[in-house]
Design a protein around this ligand. Structure first.
Ligand code: DGT
Ligand code: CA
Ligand code: CA
Length: 584
């Protein structure tokens, strides 16, 4: 289904037109885009079957827009839109990506302050010129600053969900190479470090560490730079090499001798801020800490370095899990033996967000259940889309009831508890997309916002808070709505959202999709301060998606969460105390 893609194209074009002060058209384009988004059928199919004629049957799509859509479906681009982009002053397209400001406002801003490029905009923010502009103020300036930050982050970094499998592949290829060539290298000591080991949501470059005696180091480097995935060798030395993968991502490899392995692992895992703090502690305790080891200041004798544990212990600290090493109070907590007992993969007993081919999932209900059971889960909630989410083939009530029947049948054959759920649209007014008599029949209601992303903060906050006041809603799905690299979070007051959620006893989702990771670590920490509980959910649309649990788990651990904070670690009997509609 390409409806969403085509709608996006029209939205984007509307923005560019508006920026160029073309009148009327942007509105027409947006209206068409919206109707295409909500159109029940795949418009590519409509076009194949009925040609352009069929396209003009969609409300808001006139002759000329139909022409453009047809051209796009045939050739993959629209000549006229390409020209528009070229005609726009250079930098416009980039500026248009700074969401959080409408195109009109952005245009006014650009004109008033002679902003043509992203760097002009950044300068204006830094010099606080925007807040002085009529109709803008401090808040708009902060929003723009945040949007720029998001934009930069998403355009120079890659998602954890992409970097992690890539690093695992590289390490495994490297091990295979070394296995035959260098039997003296301890393969268990080849490990990714850096932001990847901390499971940060995006990764700047991959850092790998290997342990080898000096005389073996050269062989490790040789094997590394000649891996098939390597595109370009940036530098190659005896202890450090850097390459750029064919995929475009950089990898650093460092090789250290056994007596420094732990110190190097600690140092290159970072974060830099954590390391700086740790080094200060070392100094206070009469040591010097570097990537080679922990040394007594006077004698220069090495007192630790083989393992990370040893270093933390010598500094009088509890071992700090990599996910916590962000200088957010973890060192103080470690000194007092007060670190959280972080949730582990083995603690998870189920998944509360999963789609089947009843809506937009790829597999049948039965196949998904079978896989979930094989993964050892105790329970799983089936949460296909509700009826208004047409673009994702949302379910009418009759279809939902058919699904309930099938769940009942499957429940006889499987050990796993299958929960009747739904990912229910939170509509514009904050109401839910099924009537109460349906909602109360569901074991788990996962509420979600999938539209109106450009609403004001007040509107969006009101919408979400209203949904949280609904007694039928159990879980708030991907609460910020961001898509890494594509769409910033919508404007919403999280203080109010978390307050309302806590008052209603609602559960916050940590969505595991690599482009979502929503809530993220910072919001998790804030939500936990409100006393909220969480669930880690894959939002699976296919079998492989069911394994993305580890990405959300990483964010939960970065947010200091313990087993008790996460409801899908609870045994089924206890789960029934959280979600009271569960029947048996
Ligand atoms: P990234 O690559 O931007 O996602 O983030 P990291 O944390 O992987 O950073 P990277 O690759 O620049 O460096 C890897 C680790 O090396 C970093 O987490 C901590 C350590 N490190 C790098 N530069 C410094 C530094 O100037 N001081 C200290 N103390 N540590 C550093
Ligand atoms: Ca890195
Ligand atoms: Ca690096």
């Amino acid at each position: 289904m390409r409806n969403r893609e085509i709608a996006e194209l029209l939205y984007e074009t509307a923005d560019i037109m508006e920026f160029q002060q073309i009148e009327w058209k942007p509105r027409a384009y947006r209206r068409a885009a919206q109707n295409i988004e909500n159109f029940g059928e795949d418009i590519e199919k409509v076009y194949e079957r009925e040609g352009k004629e069929g396209l003009t049957g969609i409300p808001g799509v006139g002759e000329s827009i139909a022409d453009h859509i047809a051209e796009y479906l045939e050739t993959g681009k629209v000549e006229k839109f390409e020209k528009l982009k070229v005609k726009a002053p250079s930098g416009t397209a980039e500026l248009m990506e700074i969401r959080g400001l409408g195109a009109k406002k952005m245009k006014r801003l650009a004109d008033a302050l002679e902003i043509k490029t992203m760097s002009d905009l950044k300068n204006a923010v830094n010099a606080h010129r925007i807040r002085k502009l009529e109709g803008f103020g401090e808040k708009s300036e902060e929003n723009i600053a945040r949007a720029i930050e998001n934009y930069e982050k998403s355009h120079s970094r890659i998602a954890l969900g992409k970097a992690l499998p890539l690093a695992e592949e590289i390490i495994s290829a490297l091990k295979t190479e070394l296995q035959t060539r260098t039997p003296n290298v301890d393969l268990s000591k080849i490990i990714y470090t850096g932001s990847l080991r901390r499971l940060k949501e995006t990764i700047g470059d991959i850092d790998i560490l290997a342990e080898a005696e000096d005389k073996e180091a050269g062989k490790v480097m040789n094997a590394f730079v000649s891996l098939p995935a390597t595109g370009q060798v940036v530098s190659k030395g005896r202890t450090r090499s850097s390459v750029i993968l064919k995929e475009g991502l950089g990898i650093d490899l460092r090789v250290v001798p056994p007596e420094s392995y732990g110190a190097a692992l600690q140092y290159f895992t970072g974060s830099k801020e954590h390391n700086i703090q740790l080094r200060n502690i070392a100094l206070k305790e009469g040591y010097k800490l570097s990537e080679y080891g922990l040394y007594a200041k006077g004698s220069g004798e090495q007192v630790a370095g083989k393992s990370e544990e040893e270093i933390y212990r010598k500094l009088g600290l509890e071992y700090i899990a990599p996910e916590l090493r962000e200088n957010r109070g973890e060192i103080k907590a470690a000194a007092k033996n007060a670190l959280p007992r972080l949730v582990d993969a083995g603690d998870l007993r189920g998944d509360f967000h999963m789609h089947t081919n009843y809506s937009e999932g790829r597999e049948s209900l039965e196949v998904m259940i079978e896989k979930a059971e094989a993964m050892g889960y105790e329970y799983i909630a089936v949460t296909d889309h509700s009826r208004s989410q047409r673009i994702a083939n949302g379910m009418e009530i009759e279809t939902l009831k058919t699904q309930w029947k099938e769940i009942k049948e499957l429940s006889k054959r499987f050990r796993i508890k299958i929960l009747r759920g739904s990912e229910v649209e939170i509509l514009k007014d904050g109401s839910l997309d099924y009537p109460d008599e349906i909602l109360k029949e569901l074991d788990i209601v996962v509420g979600a916002v999938h539209s109106g992303f450009f609403a004001s903060e007040r509107e969006m906050t009101g919408r979400i808070v209203a949904s949280l006041e609904n007694k039928h809603l159990d879980i708030l799905a991907h609460p910020s709505g961001r898509l890494l690299g594509k769409r910033a979070a919508y404007a919403v007051n999280f203080g109010k959202v978390f307050e309302a959620a806590a008052a209603g006893g609602k559960v916050m989702e940590i969505n595991c999709q690599p482009s979502r990771l929503d809530l993220n670590d910072e919001l998790i920490l804030r939500a936990k301060d409100h006393g909220l509980k969480f669930c880690i959910s894959t939002d699976s649309h296919s079998i492989p998606d069911l394994s993305s649990m580890r990405y959300g788990l990483g964010q939960a651990r970065r947010g200091w969460l313990e087993k008790e904070d996460i409801v899908n670690t609870y045994p089924y009997s206890k789960l029934k105390e959280v979600f009271k509609k569960i029947r048996d």
